[in-house]
Design a binder for this molecule. Structure first.
Ligand code: NAD
Ligand code: UGA
Length: 331
């Protein structure tokens, strides 16, 4: 990939498909795109009429002009009609989460993250979509020495989930490298995204929930694991920039610059709630790495992007959202 020093275009796409639009990141992205005048088709296999989390995630999208939602599984649905006149596909649909991927759900990870992506890339090619932005993951780096991970580092995925995310991004890049493929691909390696509507299996959500309710928090390991926590609005801004980034195909880290430990998150949650979280100590889980940390340089040069929200500010916003009745109902 050439890291063009020219600034990323700030203009939004005219028409976009957002896959995983009923999910955490996808629902925020769809909303932000609509604010900038993009017409959005959202697709997700979760039906907001039947699933409370999907309904809560999508509440802000209801009735907004320019938004159309399709409940469908990318593994089986007809994708071509969703791509008519699309300038860009934001591919957020997938099965996330490191720890459950060791279990019997692994086939779900393969289906959603690899097989559905293959169908989507085939459709993008047929329909001549100029760009696809795919959600990859910091987990593809695997264990590090604590220093920042650069996009060119040799990936050493440490969990079945991470293996599927590496396969997913490489699959998209392989399609894009074909001479007859009109779709350029930017793979964004997101680093542990948090903020309002974060998935309830994730640590920041659980720490805030514990601080707010007094229920114990299960801590896997000693809490010295560090993550480059990324606030949702920052992740969304990077994602929209990727649609117009004036480069060919490539991989870009999206890290929030937090470099904070789980104990830091616990301390912030304690301060915000005015209560000490009760910790239930548990073993380190297979596949969890000690540190994730993004080298930010390519995001700056290619996307013209850098994070703007620090961890205490972002966690405060997440806590305020968790206090809303809609979230309490969904939890
Ligand atoms: P999420 O579970 O909230 O959203 C994913 C959505 O994709 C869900 O609503 C799900 O129903 C949908 N989906 C899954 N398989 C589908 C299929 N076959 N057809 C249609 N819809 C399908 O997860 P999230 O946290 O918003 O993550 C979004 C993406 O970003 C995932 O690909 C994840 O691997 C990646 N990612 C997330 C993080 C993070 O910190 N949240 C970090 C790195 C990468
Ligand atoms: C997160 C997302 O869940 C993945 O989907 C994503 O791909 C990944 O970020 C990424 O950056 O690519 P993870 O870093 O494991 O994965 O984030 P959390 O689920 O919030 O876990 C962070 C740490 O908290 C881990 O060490 C985990 O073991 C620990 N944890 C989590 C606990 O101690 N207790 C819990 O209840 C949950």
């Amino acid at each position: 990939m050439s890291d063009s020093p020219s600034a990323a275009t700030t203009s939004s796409p005219r028409r976009a498909l957002v896959t995983g639009a009923a999910g955490f990141i996808g629902s925020h992205l769809a909303h932000a795109l609509l604010q900038t005048g993009t017409t959005v088709i959202g697709v997700d296999r979760r039906d907001p009429a039947r699933e409370q989390t999907a309904a809560t995630n999508m509440a802000a999208l209801h009735g907004l002009p320019g938004y159309m939602h399709i409940t469908a599984d990318l593994l089986t649905c007809a994708i071509d009609p969703l791509l008519i006149d699309a300038d860009v596909i934001f591919h957020l649909a997938g099965i996330p989460g490191v720890r459950p991927s060791w279990g019997p759900q692994f086939s779900e990870y393969v289906n959603a993250n690899i097989l559905a992506t293959q169908r989507l890339m085939d459709a993008a090619t047929r329909m001549h979509v100029p760009r696809l932005v795919v959600a990859s993951s910091s987990s593809v780096y695997g264990p590090t020495n604590g220093g920042p991970s650069v996009e060119g580092d040799h990936p050493r995925p440490a969990s079945p989930y991470a293996v599927t995310k590496l396969a997913e991004e490489q699959l998209c890049l392989a399609h894009a490298s074909r001479a007859d493929c009109p779709t350029s691909v930017i793979a964004l390696r997101y680093f542990t995204v948090y903020g309002p509507r974060q998935r309830p299996d994730m640590f920041t959500h659980r720490a805030l929930h514990a601080a707010m309710t007094g229920e114990p928090l299960r801590l896997y390991g000693d809490g010295h694991q560090r993550r480059d926590f990324t606030y949702i609005d920052d992740a969304v801004a990077a994602t929209i920039s990727a649609a117009g980034a004036p480069i060919d195909t490539g991989i870009v880290n999206v890290g929030g610059g937090a470099n904070a430990s789980l104990l830091d998150v616990i301390n912030i949650a304690n301060r915000l709630a005015g209560r000490e979280i009760q910790i239930y100590a548990d073993n380190v889980r297979n596949g969890d790495v000690l540190t994730t940390r993004a080298d930010p340089r390519r995001a700056q040069s290619v996307l013209g992007w850098q994070p703007t929200v620090d961890l205490p500010t972002g966690m405060r916003a997440q806590m305020q959202a968790l206090a809303q009745p809609a979230y309490r109902k969904a939890a």
